[in-house]
Design a protein. Structure first.
Length: 566
């Protein structure tokens, strides 16, 4: 058995152009948080879309040293040769402080004093801003000439906000400017310079892969609104498969009391995890109870509390992925249909009975004789009211006796009706399949999958679909890589995937890579290997300040979690 088969992946991928960092324009990676905290300002005079929600999961010991990083880090400027200061940056008043607005309604607004809580940013955390004013109703802030953002009033003449830098691609000097205002009157411009010196993109900030809970695999990751990293996994106490949830800090660390079993005492296999806006955990697993294997979806409103059952499958149903939006859950998978399987979505909303909706692919050009196809969803995600599903359609696509797989993207409306099937053009191959799916803030879908010929030697790939469902970009990957097992959009504007990478002596490594869509080169790569053994990354999550978390299995078959610099 090959290392790839042992890793459970099975898809060698075509080599890309290498890992050299591309020459990149200014990135939408600097966000100013104030009254309009969800709006990304412009950078370099270019207005960008709002960054994606970074608190959602991807699909489904001590480090031996940081892995090699593609490209040299951007130089840090604006500092001396001494260790960078992380103290407060402040500036004096722009005018003499005077009486309050109520005392002198004709006095012009002024900024009396302002400060950042640090002048050099070296970790992934926000820069706190405090501005003291006189005769002002508000304060507008810009970073590097970007979109103006209103700071939050804190009472009296004080206004506050935050600046978030999502990636080390923005390392270097920056300038925050402020204007106090009252009605149509504005103060003089007030400036606070700062420097970004984050760790190089793709460098390892944390790694844990040990036998502390025994053998197992991290299957899914998510970050909660309370800024906790949650992992769902399968492990094997006393040799019995069990599902667990583990809670970590954003630094990756955890303590006793941060782990409990899902469906305790029952044989169980983890499938997927999502977190809602209230911090509740939506957990999808397979459980074996009374001799029957069924999938189960539960909701945990409190850590280690009693779950609420949202839905449960019947014997023969297969669940592959979980999608969550607002108060709606969707389980994507299959139901048996004679010798075929039918793509199925189980939909749940509060106060309503669950719906079971199956979708039968029918080719546009009907064949003389009816031909059955099997639909195999692998991942799904909401886009507004719509649900997107990716996977494979298997059958006789070419009116011959050969069964082939085709990569599909299925768009289902909010009522679960009007399914629109998109089958990916083969582009020289005869087979393909979708494995993972991620949606950006503009509604674009990125899928990770593979393509191959009839004698299948699979080549992994990334595919970008426009918000209208049109294929906009397609990129084959390194042939040493298995097909992507996890995929996530980053607020810096690139997409990250995780996959196993073939190594010497049938080993694999724990690999992740970032790409800007439509670019010819990757942004950065991450590679971790604890000896010549099997490593299998299976999950991704993005933290509130751009941190990248990857989970899976490391050498010896133990659960692993990595924190990667963006």
């Amino acid at each position: 058995m090959s290392a790839r088969e042992l890793a459970g992946l099975g898809y060698p991928l075509e080599r890309g152009p290498g890992d050299e960092a591309a020459s990149l324009p200014s990135l939408p990676a600097i966000v100013v948080l104030g009254v309009a905290a969800c709006t990304a300002p412009s950078v370099g005079g270019i207005t960008y879309d709002q960054p994606p929600d970074t608190a959602t999961a991807g699909t489904t010991g001590a480090s031996d040293g940081a892995p090699s990083t593609t490209g040299d880090p951007a130089p840090t400027t604006g500092t001396t040769g001494e260790a960078p200061s992380t103290g407060t940056t402040s500036s004096g008043p722009t005018s003499e402080p005077g009486s309050t607005t109520a005392d002198d309604p004709l006095a012009p607004p002024a900024i009396v004093e302002g400060a950042l809580d640090m002048d050099v940013l070296v970790k992934h955390e926000p820069l706190d801003v405090t501005i003291e004013t006189a005769h002002a109703e508000g304060v507008r802030m810009q970073v590097d000439g970007g979109t103006p953002i209103e700071l939050d009033p804190e009472g009296g003449d004080t206004f506050t906000g935050q600046i978030v830098i999502y990636t080390a691609l923005d390392n270097g000097p920056h300038l925050a400017t402020f204007v106090a205002w009252r009605g149509d009157l504005e103060s003089e411009l007030f400036e606070l310079p700062f420097t970004v010196a984050l760790p190089p993109p793709g460098s390892e900030l944390f790694w844990e892969g040990n036998d502390e809970i025994g053998k197992g695999t991290v299957v899914a990751l998510a970050v909660t609104p309370a800024r906790e990293l949650i992992e769902l996994g399968t492990y094997y106490p006393q040799g019995q498969a069990r599902c667990y949830l583990r809670r970590r800090g954003l630094d990756g660390l955890w303590v006793e009391g941060d782990l409990f079993e899902v469906k305790a005492g029952l044989p169980c296999s983890a499938i997927d995890l999502a977190v809602d806006d209230d911090g509740a955990l939506h957990v999808l697993v397979d459980k074996l109870e009374n001799g029957e294997l069924r999938w189960w979806l539960g909701k945990y409103d409190a850590w280690a509390g009693a779950p609420t059952q949202v839905g449960v499958g019947v014997v023969g149903d297969v669940a592959r992925a979980l999608a969550l939006a607002d108060d709606r859950d969707a389980v994507c998978g299959t139901k048996p249909d004679d010798d075929l399987v039918r793509g199925t979505v189980w939909s749940f909303a509060p106060g309503q009975s669950g719906k079971v909706l199956s979708y039968d692919y029918l080719p546009e050009n009907e064949f003389p004789d009816p031909i059955g196809f099997s639909e195999l969803p692998n991942d799904c995600a909401f886009v507004g009211e719509h649900l997107l599903v990716t996977g494979e359609v298997k059958g006789q696509h070419d009116q011959d006796s050969v069964t082939r797989a085709r990569h599909f993207l299925l768009d289902i409306d909010g009522a679960g009706q009007n399914p629109e099937w998109t089958l990916v053009p083969q582009d020289g191959s005869t087979q393909s399949g979708g494995r993972v799916l991620a949606i950006d803030a503009g509604g674009r879908a990125m899928t990770g999958g593979y393509h191959c010929g009839d004698q299948c030697e699979p080549v992994g790939e990334l595919l970008l679909f426009s918000a209208n469902g049109d294929l906009a970009w397609r990129r084959s990957l390194d042939p040493l890589l298995a097909a992507p097992r996890a995929l996530a959009w980053h607020p810096a504007g690139y997409v990250v995937f995780a996959a196993a990478r073939d190594g010497a002596q049938d080993s694999t490594s724990f690999f992740a890579q970032a790409w800007f869509p439509l670019k010819a080169q990757s942004v950065w790569s991450y590679d971790h290997q604890d000896g010549l053994a099997i490593h299998t990354p299976t999950s991704l999550a993005i933290g509130p300040y751009g941190q990248i978390y990857a989970g899976g299995m490391t050498a010896g078959g133990y659960p692993a979690v990595a924190l990667i610099a963006p």
